[in-house]
Design a protein around this ligand. Structure first.
Ligand SMILES: Cc1cc2nc3c(=O)[nH]c(=O)nc-3n(C[C@H](O)[C@H](O)[C@H](O)COP(=O)(O)OP(=O)(O)OC[C@H]3O[C@@H](n4cnc5c(N)ncnc54)[C@H](O)[C@@H]3O)c2cc1C
Length: 461
């Protein structure tokens, strides 16, 4: 069967776009997100018709298919087995249009986030999703994961920015739901079924995004706090004072900050390391002078209240970038670590992180626990490193991180998704009825279980 499928796929896309053998093993995962790629072949369609023909062919042959975007997901969402076919979206990389007057960008799934941001900027508009992996991650992957990122507090998750999409079902049916309007209540809004479905319900091929006005003022501050209560109070006051201009509120424990600015010395340290916590606060508005004054007044107020031990407001675009780099360049933190991404009440995050540190310290004293994240969106990332990883150490760390989460009724994935890595823990965050409905949807749309099998839910259970 295997060679028949390969011959059929070659007939669809041509020999040059069916990669096998060493070309499969040579796939590189940015940031080491996955260990290796092992698959029967990687197929690289260039058109939607080719995607549909590939899926039709694989469905008929009961051939499993793993969609590959930019490969930056952190949950083993692109894990493959030697029997899989990889469907790479990288050649579906056309920006079809930017309609500046409607504020709408239409693009194929393989366009990178950076390319979409640049295209929006060229039209004088703003693409409202931003994550550190912007150069690698693709729009299709971003939507398949419903990524969050750095601007959620202001513009919402990726879902909130998608107006329409096109997806190809497992049997090759093309569902073109390329809505371009902010309002469209004509029956079920089918795009939501595919947003955040991690490649298990269909392959996303085209997307329509809502762009926003480009902010004409931009301010970034880095502040230091002695305890988590001060950070929470700072968030509450910033939310009230800065109101709709607040666009990011990112927290970094000192362990994160130190690793980013020392000892590599790669990054400028606007504040000395050593405080308990650091927070990046950003506003985007429409009047630089007025917004800067409001920001300065806020920082003075926070200082007077004793909430900050230190703080600096960037005075130029270069300084703003330098502060963002500290938060964005997570490679020294996440590389070789086991990374978690949980959601809970912002005010509980300090206690939660302390409990995780204590619990992991008891079972694996050699472990480093590093925390950082999008505090303004109830989201903290916990990276556990310094451990020799094997099945037992992975399991005990996962149990510690998720065990500490349960009393807080938190979510096991704030934004990274479930993939293969978190599937067994899904019942912590979803009821049996919810999981069964997810399985029913999967069975209905992909009855032969060919699409990214085993990710999110096990349809065979
Ligand atoms: C440095 C770094 C920073 C990050 N920061 C953030 C962050 O702030 N917020 C956040 O949410 N995530 C973040 N991530 C995680 C990751 O970047 C996002 O989840 C991103 O959306 C994945 O996009 P991708 O194109 O790389 O998708 P992939 O990793 O290639 O795929 C993700 C999943 O979607 C499926 N898939 C891919 N393309 C398609 C398609 N066209 N149709 C259907 N299914 C598809 C895959 O099979 C897989 O299950 C970060 C990752 C790194 C490495």
């Amino acid at each position: 069967m295997g060679s028949d499928v390969l011959a059929a796929l070659t007939a669809i896309v041509g020999e040059q776009r069916v990669l096998t053998g060493d070309a499969v093993a040579a796939v590189e995962f940015p940031w080491g997100t996955h260990a290796e790629c092992s698959a029967r072949a990687i197929v690289e369609p260039e058109t939607i018709d080719e995607v549909a023909a590939i899926l039709r062919c694989c469905n008929e042959a009961r051939q499993t298919v793993v969609p590959f975007g930019g490969l930056t997901n952190l949950v083993q969402g692109c894990a493959t087995s030697p029997d899989d076919i990889v469907l790479s979206l990288k050649r579906l990389n056309r920006i079809e249009s930017v309609d500046a007057s409607a504020g709408v960008l239409t693009a194929e799934a393989g366009v990178t986030l950076q390319q979409a941001q640049d295209a929006a900027a060229s039209a004088g508009l703003f693409f409202p999703v931003d994550i550190g992996a912007r150069n690698n991650c693709q729009l299709g992957g971003l939507v398949a994961n419903n990524a969050g990122g750095n601007k959620v507090i202001r513009y919402g998750m990726t879902r909130d920015t998608v107006l329409g999409l096109e997806a190809v079902l497992a049997d090759g049916t093309v569902i073109s739901s390329l809505n371009r309007f902010i309002k469209n209540n004509s029956g079920f809004d089918l795009k939501h079924m595919f947003i955040g479905s991690e490649g298990v319900l269909g392959v996303i091929t085209r997307l329509v995004f809502r762009l926003r006005a480009t902010a004409t003022s931009h301010n970034v501050a880095l502040v230091a706090c002695e305890d988590f209560d001060a950070v929470v109070a700072t968030l509450e006051i910033a939310n009230k004072t800065l109101s709709s201009t607040l666009s990011a509120f990112e927290v970094m424990w000192n362990s994160f900050y130190e690793l980013a600015v020392e000892p590599q010395g790669r990054l400028v340290a606007p504040l000395e390391p050593g405080a308990t916590l650091y927070v990046l606060i950003e506003t985007m508005g429409s009047d630089q002078q007025q917004d800067m004054q409001a920001f300065e007044a806020l920082l003075e107020d926070l200082m007077e209240r004793g909430l900050l031990v230190d703080g600096v407001l960037a005075k130029s675009e270069k300084e703003r970038e330098q502060i963002w780099q500290i938060r964005d360049e997570v490679e020294p933190v996440i590389g070789g670590s086991h990374n978690f991404d949980v959601s809970l009440r912002s005010a509980d995050i300090g206690d939660y992180v302390s409990q995780v540190e204590t619990t992991i310290g008891e079972i694996l004293p050699e472990a480093n626990v590093i925390a950082f994240g999008h505090l303004g969106d109830n989201n903290v990332h916990v990276s556990v490193g310094g451990v020799e990883w094997n099945a037992a150490s992975i399991r005990s760390v996962e149990q510690a991180v998720y065990g500490c989460l349960e009393p807080f009724a938190g979510a096991i994935s704030a934004e990274h998704g479930i993939g293969l890595e978190k599937r067994q823990y899904l019942p912590i965050s979803r009821t049996d009825a919810e999981i069964e409905l997810m399985r029913s949807l999967k069975r209905m749309l992909d009855p032969n279980n060919i699409l990214n099998p085993g990710k999110v839910v096990d349809a065979a259970e």
